[in-house]
Structure formats: C-alpha cells, structure tokens
Design a protein around this ligand. Structure first.
Ligand code: MSP
Length: 525
C-alpha cells in the first residue's frame, strides 16, 4: 500500500491542436484545489499537468497551419497552455510534454517490456476512427450523420465523419484483462468515482474487451515502436504513460515509489481510457493500478458540452480579466457539483460574485478589519468571557473544518465549499446580532466589544486558511491585513487544524484591507 500521506494527483494532458477554453481550465482548477488542500494539510503532494502532443489531430492542425507538429506544439505550449496555468493560478509541481525525452524514452521502455512479456502481437485492422477522439470507435458511439454528413457514419461526441482505416497494427492483448479489471472494480468500490462513472465502466467491461490497436504506420508523428520503426505508438497509449514517466518510471525508482500510484482527475469523455485501458496496461507491466480515477462532468453552455469546434468555447481569460482568478476558481468549484454536468452562464457567475464573494465574504472581511482599526487602533483585542453566541461561532468553525476536510477526502469539492460557507453566514449573522457599532458607543461594553471583534477576527483567520486552496489571492491579502503573519505564511497553516479556536494572537497589528472583490460595472458582459 502507498504511504498514507502521499497524494499524487494528475490532470489529463491537453491536446495542443487548439487553445484552452473554460472546460480545460475547470479540470485544472479542480485538481489544483485538491492538491493545494492536501499540500496545506501536510500530505506529500505532487500535482502534475501537461500537454499531449503526438497523433494525427496535432499533425493535421500543424500541416493546415503550414508548420511542423513540433513547432506548432512549442508555440501552443508557450503561448497558450503554460499561460493558462497563470491565468487560473495553478500551483503545479511539474508540467510534462509528451515530446519530452524523459517521456519518449520511457514509453519505448514500457512498450518493449510489454512486447517482451508477450502482451503485444502484430495483426491486420480495419475500423472506423475518429481523429477528434483519437480513437477507433465502438459501435455504441457510431451514429448516422445528418445535414452535410447525411449518409455518412459520424462520431457521437464530435458529430464529424469517421474515417475507415485499414492497416497493419500492433495490438495489446487487452481482452485478457477483463476479469482482472472487473475484480478490481469489485474489490475497490471507490477506484472509479463517482458511482455513475463506476457503473458505466463496469457495464462496458462486462460486455467483454477487444484487443487494442497500439500503433499506427500511416503517419510518423509519434514515438517510434522500438522493434519496428515503421510504426509510431498510438497516441493514447503514449499519452496515458505520462502519469508514470513524469514521476520517474524507468529512470528514478525512488521518485517513482514515492509518488505512484496517483489519483487521476479526468472529464467523463475520457473515462474509459483511464479506468479500463490504463489499468490494463499497468497490470500487464506488473505495476500498481492508479489510486483512483475521478470523472467530472461537462461544462454546458446553452445546454451543450462547451467546445471550440461547436463554437461555444469561452476563453478562461474572458472571465478572469473581469472577475479575477479567485472568482473563476470559486465559481466553478461552488456552483457545479463535482462529478456532474453543470451549466455555465454569465448571469449566474455575476450573481454569485456579487452575493457570495463581494457581499458575503469580502464585505465581512472589510467590516471586521475596519472595526478593529477604528475601535482598537488596529490592534487585535483580547477576548473576555465567552457567551453562548460566541461559543456557537467556535462550534461552527470547528465543525465546518472537519466537514470540509471529509468532503475533500471524498472529492466533493462543492460540499466542502458549502461547509466553509457556513462560517461566512454564521459570522455575518453574529455581527448583525452583536452590533459592535452599538457596543462601541458605551465605554462600559468595551470588554464585550473586544470579545465580539476577537471572535469575528479569529473566525476570519480560520476562513482564510480554509479558503486559501480555492481563493489564494484574496485570502493572502486577508491574512496580511489580519496581522496573522505572526503565525507564519498562510500556505504553511495546517489545514486540518484550522478549526482550533484561539490561534490569532491578541495584540497582532491589523492593517487596512482593500475590497477583496470590488464591484464590477454592469458593462462587463
Ligand atoms: N489529450 C487527451 C487526454 C489525455 S490524458 C492521458 C484529451 N485532451 S483534451 O484537451 O481534449 O481534453 C482534456 C480535458 O478537458 C478532458 O478531461 C476533457 O474532459 C476536458 N474538457 C474538455 N471540454 C470540456 C467541457 N466542456 N467541460 C468540462 N471538461 C471538458 O482528452
């Protein structure tokens, strides 16, 4: 079993045929929030992301743009995919490209080992291929075309015509792994999550598995098959291996043992590759299967899966330029149940920004900091005797911390957000009822005023810690304004200990706090 505290989490690696849209950024943010949470909780965390650069799709795009696939990939990685990480504030530990030498070399090693162990054979193949999916399509995903594609077979996902390919290929004996895969899903019910994804995978494998074509010979943009350089490795076989080549497979056993097995966050459209093909590949190689495969849903725009090819694509910067990276991260983690489809709309984003971030949280922070400045000259007061109202706040903070951590452990990011938001609501209600501005008018209530403001400031301290994986920019500002830096940097605060009351030291110097989520003028969309 892996070391209990090791948490290696991956995003899918992204095709560089096009620029990122908010669906890609959504996957990135979810994995990053989970990684930041675990990292801050003290787990030995590693977040991997990267790009998928081989295959026909990239080759065709590069050719259509009058360039080579490598030049095209270099340009897209430098100008679009690396910058995406900044746009939505991803704290990844590594970025792998499938054109990296560490990857190419060890893909060859892996394929050779499978070949040597008898898991690969040469055969003839004729089937319908979707270049959009980079996959030979199963019958269930082939439909009749309509409109301009009338009379042709099209891909159910891309609605584009399939291509009939006929070539000599190398095959992986995947059919031999169906029983072991079913036993895996049975013995580890949380291996594929959520439940709907698990059921889909089990039903698919129960129908029996075919062998998998793992090489192509009609083009050469890929990793050469080591024993036959007229073939390149099938792009998905190549791509899946990034999860192990990035952490030392074939070259650094200590790093590999430390990180692997990993947890994969994927969109539901690529679930089968990760929950069927990938574990079968690992079983064949005698390696451990992943710790977990979690499939999230699609972002829908106007009821359809958002995609560039269907012209519903929205660039992440369109949102962050107006609302900021924190709001992007907050919105998608809060508004969509992780694991289900969710609709994006500008109206919903703007409404949540205003109600939850600006009025709910931002205003709370500004008011409390301003009152400590005004009534206590910027010094956090000590608390006197606690009343039951104060103790209720303490209880909510402790419970919310535990509930949020439990939700994160089960990948229910949206539930973690709701749990944490109980503190925001509790503190807002507390201040309304305690009316510190009334207490401030009477010198006799000075001690009570101190207790109320300490309670509010300490509640904000806990909120800053709990929300830092989601809204790192705003919480860092709040941390500094609260004078909490005396406790060390925000990202060093042990997350699972955030609910322990009384950490903010009385006497800490509070400094003014600019609006964390400023009002957005209506013109912005
Ligand atoms: N290159 C493969 C993955 C290889 S992993 C070994 C790939 N790339 S992709 O760029 O097409 O998609 C990457 C991720 O973005 C997938 O998880 C996919 O589900 C996700 N999304 C693409 N469009 C999306 C939405 N509209 N909504 C949510 N996620 C979506 O597949």
């Amino acid at each position: 079993m892996p070391d209990a505290s090791s948490f290696y989490i991956t995003t899918p690696i992204f095709y560089v045929n096009d620029v990122p849209h908010i669906g890609h950024a959504y996957t990135e943010v979810a994995a990053d929030v989970l990684a930041r949470w675990h990292r801050q909780a003290g787990d030995d965390t590693w977040l991997l992301t990267g790009t998928d650069e081989h295959g026909q799709k990239i080759l065709r795009t590069a050719t259509a743009n009058g360039t080579t696939p490598k030049e095209w990939a270099d340009k897209l990685v430098a100008e679009s995919w690396q910058p995406l990480l900044k746009t939505v504030d991803i704290a990844n530990d590594d970025f792998i490209r499938t054109t990296d030498e560490r990857h190419e070399k060890n893909v060859q090693l892996f394929v050779q080992r499978l070949h040597d162990a008898g898991h690969i054979y040469a055969g003839e193949y004729e089937a319908l291929y979707c270049v959009g999916c980079e996959e030979f399509k199963p019958q269930s995903e082939i439909i009749d075309g309509t409109g301009e594609y009338e009379g042709q077979k099209v891909c159910a996902i891309h609605s584009k015509p399939l291509e009939l390919l006929q070539e000599k290929n190398y095959f992986f004996r995947m059919s031999e792994f169906a029983d072991r895969l079913l036993a895996l899903y049975e013995s580890r019910p949380d291996f594929v999550q959520p439940e709907s994804a698990r059921n889909e995978v089990i039903a698919f494998v129960r129908q029996g598995l075919s062998d998998l074509s793992i090489s192509r010979s009609s083009f050469d943009w890929g990793i050469k098959v080591p024993w036959d350089d007229s073939h390149v490795v099938y792009v998905w076989f190549d791509a899946l291996l990034n999860y192990i080549t990035a952490v030392g497979y074939g070259q650094d056993d200590a790093a590999f043992d430390r990180r692997w097995p990993g947890t994969h966050i994927v969109g539901k459209d690529i679930l089968r590759f990760h929950a069927v093909i990938w574990p079968a590949m690992l079983m064949a190689a005698g390696l451990e299967v992943p710790a977990k495969v979690f499939a999230h849903g699609w972002l829908l725009v106007g009821g359809e899966k958002m995609s560039k090819s269907k012209l519903t694509g929205i660039a992440p910067s369109q949102i962050t330029e107006t609302f900021g990276s924190d709001a992007f991260r907050y919105y998608f983690m809060r508004a969509i149940n992780f694991g289900q489809d969710g609709s994006f709309s500008w109206e919903d984003l703007a409404a949540r920004y205003q109600a939850e971030l600006a009025n709910g949280f931002g205003n709370l922070a500004s008011r409390v900091v301003a009152m400590v400045n005004r009534y206590f000259d910027g010094v956090v007061p000590g608390a006197g005797a606690y009343t039951s109202a104060d103790e209720a706040v303490q209880r909510v903070v402790a419970e919310a911390t535990d509930a949020a951590d439990a939700s994160i452990a089960s990948f229910a990011i949206h539930d973690a957000m709701s749990a944490i938001w109980r503190i925001v609501d509790e503190l807002n209600g507390y201040i309304t009822i305690q009316e510190p501005w009334v207490l401030a008018k009477d010198e006799a209530s000075r001690e009570r005023l101190g207790t109320v403001l300490y309670t509010a400031a300490e509640g904000l301290r806990a909120l800053a810690v709990l929300l830092s994986p989601v809204i790192p920019v705003a919480t860092t500002k709040l941390w500094a304004a609260l004078g909490a830096s005396a406790l060390g940097p925000l990202e060093a605060q042990p997350l699972r200990d955030a609910g322990r009351w009384g950490q903010l030291p009385p006497g800490a110097s509070v400094s003014p706090l600019e609006a964390l989520f400023p009002r957005i003028e209506a013109s912005s969309e």
